[in-house]
Design a protein around this ligand. Sequence first.
Ligand SMILES: [Zn+2]
Length: 51
Amino acid sequence: MEDIIMYACREHVEIAIDDFVNDMEAAPQITVTDNEICSYCNEKAEYRIGK
Ligand SMILES: [Zn+2]
């Protein structure tokens, strides 16, 4: 299975975690990121959600 990596701002991090868990059926690793764009609103992302 392909690894999923998502980026989320503070507002969308909970949605991103839900989507990750639904898709991967596993708890994500959440790390802070500085130069990515939120997958949900195209604002600056603060978190990387991945395996
Ligand atoms: Zn967002």
